[in-house]
Write a protein that binds this ligand. Structure first.
Ligand SMILES: [Zn+2]
Ligand SMILES: [Zn+2]
Length: 257
């Protein structure tokens, strides 16, 4: 089976939307047999984002090093961020280069009229309009680069519970990712939300592969320790079945899991 069980998308009380201490994830990992954790706190540079100005990299690393000293013999602990809208905040993204991150996820959380999908639903933005505005921003984000992996590629699906994409445009995004050395995350938070597929689904993973994509990371996108690694084995099986290879990152270098 799997050589190493990784969950590379986790939020703790260093993110604006989680209250979970890092250590609780370590305890849960030991309890359920997960080997490798990456904390990917929200780094939000959009003033409209509720996470704006909250993340403190210095405070995070202080706590991360303390927890790592305790758990390092038993767990591989990695430091990351989930950086929002890399195409809009390249200077902000660069400001993290002075910290020793292992892994940087790039995610598009706000788009269109600068809204989060939850707000779009409230304001009656149609699912068609939502996706129509979303995909070009994903393309812009992978073109601007500066990160290792795209977080939750078909993100609006988690909110609208519907998926719209054009194979051609997705192909363009994936081709640009490969060209720019950016890989794909398989995110299981949609499964936890009751949908029947991960983000992205198998069809999209096939397009990624056709465009030359070879590698993926696994992430539960947990905000609570009890959600650590949920649905990861199931979703990973699908990606591995397509011939893709699971990896994790250490010091921003890709390593086969
Ligand atoms: Zn996210
Ligand atoms: Zn996240």
């Amino acid at each position: 089976m799997f050589q190493i069980r990784c969950d590379l998308h986790l939020h703790t009380n260093h993110s604006n939307d989680s209250r979970e201490p890092l250590e609780n994830y370590c305890k849960q990992a030991l309890a359920i047999g997960v080997d490798c954790l990456c904390f990917t706190e929200h780094a939000d540079h959009n003033p409209k984002d509720p996470g704006y100005g909250i993340y403190d990299a210095g405070a995070f690393f202080e706590e991360f090093q303390r927890v790592k000293r305790i758990y390092a013999p038993k767990l591989k602990l990695l430091a990351g961020i989930e950086f929002s809208e890399p195409h809009l905040y390249q200077e902000g993204l660069k400001s993290y280069e002075r910290f020793p991150y292992d892994f940087i996820l790039g995610s598009v959380h706000f788009w269109g009229d600068d809204m989060f999908p939850g707000e779009m639903i409230q304001r009656g933005v149609s699912v068609e309009k939502c996706f129509e505005d979303y995909w070009p921003d994903v393309l812009k984000s992978v073109k601007s680069g500066g990160f290792d992996c795209v977080g939750h590629l078909d993100f609006p699906k988690r909110y609208y519970r519907k998926l719209i994409y054009s194979k051609e445009f997705l192909g363009e995004i994936c081709t640009e990712m490969v060209r720019n050395g950016i890989i794909l995350e398989v995110n299981t938070s949609s499964l936890r939300a009751g949908l029947d597929e991960a983000m992205p689904n198998a069809d999209m993973l096939e397009i990624y592969k056709k465009c030359g994509g070879r590698y993926f990371t696994m992430g539960s996108d947990s905000h609570m320790a009890k959600d650590l690694y949920t649905f990861v084995d199931e979703a990973k099986k699908i990606a591995l079945g397509l011939g893709l290879e699971e990896v994790y990152f250490e010091g921003r270098k890709m390593i086969k899991a």
